[in-house]
Write a protein that binds this ligand. Structure first.
Ligand code: NAI
Ligand code: MG
Length: 369
């Protein structure tokens, strides 16, 4: 049986509580003979700072480098508001993204039938929604040079950010989108502002050429980012995979997340390049939400985003597709049976705790695996 190396980074706030639920699933998958996992646990964020003064240690970075995948819960909290900039909790996350070369951020927006009422849109617009936003994560205007504020000497200042994309950066992110689409509904919407931005024009050229060369079987459409923003709230089910740059992806993925209701439901994956020798990609899986200090330690946290992040690891790092599908189905079934943590509970629901939700998903899974 194949063994996969997983580094678990519970982090801060509700992090350890939701990670405990993902660990129940890991233990179950091992016991059921689906796969064997070698797990290590490390520290990241404020808890790492408290332990040794860094947001992540060199030894935990080395574990992250050698792992097949990293599963992170969340970092941060008011306790660390005053710590120096370079060791603040988020620095641990940024270090992981940078050192592992994670250039592709995958954020699914899935609307479970049982939760259509949690959406900010009408139920019929989101029922069955299943889209994947692929955001470029290491380039674009957040990183381009020059990036500065200069004093013009006449009482005025000038703030400059620069959007830069090179062919290889666009090709590798588009490739991920096309590969994903082939495993889904075979459609990619590529988004930029080719009408007003040179980097957008290049983006469109490169995506079009790659499509013609290698992915002609996938349906490709181009949509300007502002139009896409409108369509996302008007008729979101028209989309399958959306690929876009760092800035537009940041905005559009946050909009898409609200189509599904609760933050506590949303996983994410960040992928790096393929190792030429092994074909493996570096990967980090984490919920979209933060450390929720307001509910930490109260057994109120929804573990589904964390468990969904594990599911993405099974799917994209380990190729354990039947197991990933089975857990997704167990989550949908548990929700359909009416189980709710407080964040997704309606006025008449009696909410369950973090561990009750985790246990119910494992129990449901036992019926199929
Ligand atoms: P947050 O995502 O932690 O919380 C926003 C709201 O959603 C809160 O009311 C929280 O209780 C609720 N919530 C979040 N996850 C939930 C879950 N699993 N179940 C039930 N309710 C949930 O964002 P906030 O409050 O802005 O930030 C809190 C801390 O987290 C800050 O220190 C922030 O820097 C950090 N943060 C960390 C992130 C990460 O680790 N990737 C991402 C976003 C924020
Ligand atoms: Mg954002």
């Amino acid at each position: 049986m194949a063994a996969y190396k997983l580094l678990l980074l519970p982090g801060d706030g509700i992090g350890p509580e939701i990670m405990a639920e993902a660990e129940k699933l890991i233990a179950f998958l091992s016991a059921a003979g689906v796969a064997s996992f070698e797990t290590e646990k490390g520290l990241v964020g404020g808890s790492a700072y408290d332990a040794h003064g860094q947001a992540i240690s060199e030894s935990d970075m080395a574990l992250a480098q050698s792992a097949d995948a990293v599963l992170l819960a969340a970092v941060g909290g008011p306790k660390w508001d005053g710590v120096p900039y370079d060791v603040r909790p988020e620095a641990g996350l940024l270090r992981l993204r940078k050192d592992l070369g994670l250039f592709a951020n995958l954020r699914p927006a899935i609307c479970y039938p049982a939760l259509v009422d949690a959406s900010s849109l009408k139920p019929e617009l989101v029922d069955g929604l299943d889209i994947m936003i692929v955001r470029e994560l290491t380039g674009g205007v957040y990183f381009g040079e020059p990036k500065e504020i200069t004093d013009l000497g006449n009482g005025q200042k000038r703030g400059v950010d620069t959007q830069v994309y090179e062919t290889y950066e666009i090709e590798r992110i588009a490739r991920i989108a096309f590969e994903l689409a082939r495993k889904r509904s075979n459609k990619v919407t590529s988004s930029e502002k080719a009408n007003v931005m040179k980097s957008g024009l290049l983006w469109r050229e490169v995506v079009t050429a790659l499509h013609a060369r290698e992915y002609a079987d996938v349906q490709l459409e181009h949509m300007l980012a502002d139009a896409l923003g409108m369509q996302l709230v008007r008729r979101p089910k028209q989309f399958d995979v959306i690929v876009t740059d760092n800035l537009f992806g940041d905005l559009l993925s946050d909009v898409a997340s609200m189509l599904t209701g609760s933050l506590g439901m949303l996983p994410s994956a960040s992928l790096g390049g393929e190792d030429a020798a092994t074909g493996k990609r570096k990967a980090l899986y984490e919920p979209c939400h933060g450390s929720a200090p307001d509910i930490a330690g109260k057994a109120l946290a929804n573990p589904i985003a964390m468990i969904g992040s594990l599911v993405m690891a099974l799917r994209y790092s380990f190729g354990l597709i039947p197991a990933a599908d089975a857990i997704d189905k167990a989550i949908a079934d548990v929700l359909a049976a009416g189980l709710r943590t407080a964040d997704i509970a309606g006025p008449t629901d009696k909410p369950v705790s973090t561990s009750q939700m985790g246990d119910a998903i494992v129990a449901e899974l036992k019926k199929t695996l």
